[in-house]
Design a protein around this ligand. Structure first.
Ligand code: PLP
Length: 908
């Protein structure tokens, strides 16, 4: 049960409410707004009766043993400010320092090595940065937990080690609410020595006084509401405990970060108007939040009825503040909105009399790395609004203009009001939609050809897990493939069959799909960074509503396909069937989903003429039945890039936050290095040129994995043991760069040397992954079996680990007989071994040209290839037999051979 707290208890301050003049007309205690404006300190009367506190712009004071001698230790203007802030904060002591961060720095100096802090997971970015620093430099352990849930905090409270609990409520920028009173009580009960610290910047003492709710220390960035004018930097620390006050005063005097006299003066002046500013700002914030909410945006503001924790907030605070945030569903759209406002200034910070607009992920919270931002659920498209004191009508009008200009809302003539536009490239789509209205005829276009595509899986050779933390990873294609076939139906329906996912079959009326929930992407338009949440929701609620959680794989694959189908085929609405098959084990960490994504994306891009296959120059060498990436370039780079972009969209639907490595390997084949952005070094993907294909044994342990949990586990370990994990990451980075060099220069070093080096690196990399805790007994068994004599092979886990697959390097001279025995041994342990080669071709399309097809009614080999790049509408001959029936019924082992024999495959 939360303790009941009387927030209306009069605060203790030394400006006494005057005695009642008569018993019939008693005096009320002064309201906080009166206290804010009444700067009086009975023990510091001004000798001239000045109505504003003078600025004692003096470093030193004459005399010995007087109250003031040196301004680092104390200054009369500062004393006035500190007295005034203590009064309005229910505090006995207050300290003014040079910034909010300086305030936190002073507070954190109460800690010593070995102490533990529990802090929120949605903190101000600068707070996060300072906590990271003290973790690595002071040896303090920091646990970031979701402080909106007291039950998430409790397990981390240690009776002696927990020294500090650091809270914000509401948080910035997601306005999450923490029950300051309940958490303070739980902390005191479980760890009496721990102190509860609250960053109260978002509220100011006018709206919330955490010392009344059990906090030991409260600090505010005075730069914000206390000052109100963005004309100074300041930090205020308040407390009611003499022992803490003494230590804080000691630090400030030692460090010398107290606020300067002139800034103390300015801050004091600002505080006098705080109540009127805040009242106005809050009222306008409520209007803005309600307006955005009514348009259907996801809005974060404690003043909205459905805001999580609103009841707690009402109990501990006196208002909702003037910061709110909202999601648009599309980062690009958010950027356009932010750029389109005039009255709302683009700026970091908040609390100013002027209204501000910002995108936390690219501004105030950019210092938190993207992986952590994603893990903490901070949407990249989030817009933060800090409402000022301008006329609310003007603020709403300016915001509406910006939303219209950016294409986030549009006038609905029937309703004669602005409504939200689905967040898909909204600006460009305004024009495109006009055109599309005419062209989205109810009649589905006739489809007269099939497209058969395939894409390889991938293995991570080196750097898995470490890649999440900025280390370079090396990924390569495997010659196990996924195949996709899109065939005409022309009966007003569309359907999918996924043979490898319980042989799932789904069928829908084309016109019954939620077309109205998505705007069409016209040719040449790329998909925005963010997925269209509204369309995803509509597909779940419509075509996929019958698929329960037991069918989650089929549901996800269908969702990815339907999403792309609706986005890409919106103007044509073709009635087609799509089938996908895989020779890759599904869900074993070999990139089966990315190769599915690449196939689905490519099939749809071909179907909708967004990519075209140019005719192949003849003659094609007879030795090369397939045109591959290795110098025999057949699919245009621009087409491959487009396929890759859409495969990435599908991967996002399937995985939330993919790195893009798997789909890039599925499309481009070969091997590549990858480094995530956001770690202060060159990021992105780079192909490894000159990489020759290598033989590997892939062994599927068949133990299912929870990739997210494994990644989170390593993240936690990194937080708790930064040095240990840091050293492992460095070692893995070294392996990756050595492997990259060796693979690229294999011809120079000689194949034997390469294989020997790789063997050593495989063993070493695996050892590090074991130290990160991501191996599994089944993987260790595979390692032991393959390492045992007479095989003496090197094996490592690949991908997330915790099950899934192991990769074993097979030297060129490994005997057939040994291979046979090893395969039998592994199969006897109920593992699935696949002998495969690594580093081969990427995306493939079965040539649509008649002379390249060995099957086909009415066409014969040798028919003339069209002389020029075909017209988009009529790019290739169409009259050949469907291969759909064979495709769906061939056994998995027959599939690659059968596909190979169909005709000429054109590879990226
Ligand atoms: N706490 C919160 C919630 C903040 O938003 C900020 C600054 O934006 C700070 C602390 C740091 O304050 P300052 O910039 O004054 O150092």
């Amino acid at each position: 049960m939360a303790p009941t707290i009387d927030t209306k208890t009069p605060i203790h301050h030394d400006l006494p409410t005057p005695d009642p003049e008569t018993p019939l007309r008693p005096r009320q205690p002064y309201k906080l707004s009166t206290l804010c404006v009444t700067v009086e300190n009975p023990s510091m009367k001004d000798q001239y009766g000045s109505s504003s506190v003078p600025i004692y712009q003096s470093a030193t004071f004459k005399g010995v043993g007087n109250e003031y001698d040196y301004s680092r230790s104390g200054n009369p203007t500062r004393s006035h400010l500190e007295h005034h802030i203590a009064k309005i904060s229910s505090a006995s002591r207050a300290f003014a320092v040079s910034s909010g961060m300086a305030a936190l720095d002073v507070i954190l100096r109460l800690l010593k090595p070995g102490d533990e802090i529990i802090a929120g997971d949605d903190l101000y970015g600068g707070t996060n940065r300072l906590l990271t620093f003290i973790r690595s430099h002071v040896g303090v352990t920091v646990h970031h937990v979701d402080t909106t849930d007291p039950n998430a905090v409790i397990p981390f409270i240690h009776p002696t080690k927990t020294a500090m609990v650091l809270l914000e409520s509401p948080t910035n920028p997601l306005l999450k609410i923490a029950d300051l009173a309940l958490i303070s009580k739980e902390v005191k009960e479980r760890s009496p020595g721990a102190i509860v610290v609250v960053d109260n910047t978002m509220m100011s003492p006018y709206l919330q006084r955490p010392l009344e709710h059990g906090a030991d220390i409260v600090y505010d960035s005075g730069t914000k509401y206390l000052s109100g004018h963005h004309d100074l930097m300041a930090g205020m620390i308040t407390c009611n405990r003499d022992d803490l006050a003494k230590q804080i005063a000691f630090t400030i005097n030692s460090v010398g970060n107290a606020l300067t006299p002139i800034d103390c003066f300015l801050l004091l002046r600002g505080v006098k108007t705080m109540a009127v500013r805040m009242d106005r700002q809050q009222t306008s914030s409520q209007l803005v939040a309600t307006y955005l909410h009514s348009l259907g945006f996801k809005v974060y503001y404690p003043g909205l009825p459905d805001h999580p924790g609103r009841d707690i907030h009402e109990r501990i605070s006196d208002g909702n503040g003037a910061v709110l945030s909202f999601e648009t569903g599309d980062k690009e759209l958010s950027e356009k909105i932010v750029a389109s406002t005039r009255l709302w200034g683009i700026s970091v910070s908040f609390g100013c009399v002027n209204s501000l607009i910002s995108m936390p992920c690219v501004m105030s919270h950019a210092s938190i790395d993207p992986a952590t931002r994603a893990a903490r659920g901070l949407p990249e498209d989030l817009i933060r609004l800090c409402v000022g004191i301008e006329d609310p009508t003007d603020l709403l009008d300016d915001l509406e203009h910006a939303l219209v200009d950016a294409g986030a809302i549009a006038l609905n003539p029937q309703q004669n009001k602005y409504v939200r536009v689905p967040p898909v490239h909204a600006v460009l789509n305004k024009a495109v939609e006009q055109l599309a209205i005419g062209s989205t005829s109810k009649n589905t276009n006739t489809v007269d050809r099939e497209w058969f595509v395939s894409a390889p899986g991938k293995v991570i050779l080196f750097g898995e897990h470490a890649v999440v933390h900025g280390v370079t990873a090396i990924a390569a294609s495997v010659d196990l493939r996924c195949y996709g076939l899109v065939s005409p139906r022309n009966d007003g329906k569309m359907s999918v069959r996924f043979n490898d996912i319980d042989n799932f079959y789904g069928e829908w009326e084309v016109e019954g799909l939620p077309w109205d929930k998505s705007s069409v992407l016209s040719k040449g338009d790329s998909h925005p960074d963010e997925l269209d949440a509204q369309l995803i929701e509509a597909i779940h609620a419509g075509p996929l509503k019958e698929l329960g959680p037991e069918k989650s794989q089929a549901r996800n694959a269908s969702l990815a396909f339907l999403y792309m189908y609706i986005k890409l085929a919106g103007t044509e609405r073709p009635s087609v069937h799509f089938g996908a098959r895989s020779t890759l084990p599904v869900g074993a960490g070999l990139g089966s989903s990315a190769s599915f994504s690449a196939c689905a994306a490519t099939a749809l891009l071909l179907l909708t003429h967004r990519i075209v296959i140019p005719p192949i120059p003849t003659p094609i060498s007879a030795e090369h039945p397939h045109l591959s990436h290795q110098g025999r370039y057949a699919l245009e780079r621009a087409s491959a890039d487009e396929a890759n972009r859409w495969a990435f969209v599908a991967e996002k639907i399937l995985h939330g936050n993919p790195s893009g490595v798997d789909n890039s390997v599925a499309v481009f084949g070969g091997a590549l290095t990858y480094c995530r952005p956001g770690f202060g070094k060159p990021s992105g993907m780079e192909g490894i040129q000159g990489f020759g294909s290598l033989r590997f044994l892939l062994t599927n342990s068949k133990v299912p994995r929870d990739t997210k949990k494994l990644v989170a586990g390593v993240g936690l370990m990194k937080q708790e043991q930064p040095e240990v994990v840091g050293a492992i990451l460095e070692a893995i980075e070294n392996i990756s760069s050595q492997a990259k060099r060796s693979l690229a220069d294999s011809s120079e070093f000689g194949r034997e040397n390469l294989l020997r080096d790789l063997s050593a690196m495989i063993n070493e990399n695996h050892k590090h992954l074991v130290s990160l805790g991501v191996s599994h007994p089944s993987l260790e068994t595979i390692r032991e079996k393959t390492a045992a004599s007479p095989y003496n092979l090197s094996t490592k886990l690949t991908g997330a680990g915790g099950g899934g697959c192991a990769v074993t390097l097979i030297p060129d001279n490994f005997s057939e007989a040994s291979m046979k025995n090893l395969l039998v041994e592994l199969s006897q342990c109920r593992f699935d071994p696949y002998l495969t080669s690594v580093g081969g071709s990427g995306l493939g399309v079965l040539s649509p040209y008649a002379e390249h097809r060995s099957l086909g009614a009415g066409v014969s080999r040798g028919q003339v290839t069209p002389p020029e790049t075909p017209d988009e509408a009529e790019d290739v001959p169409s009259n050949y037999d469907s291969i759909r029936a064979s495709f769906e019924t061939k056994s998995t082992s027959e599939l690659p051979g059968w596909a190979h024999d169909l005709g000429k495959w054109l590879y990226v």
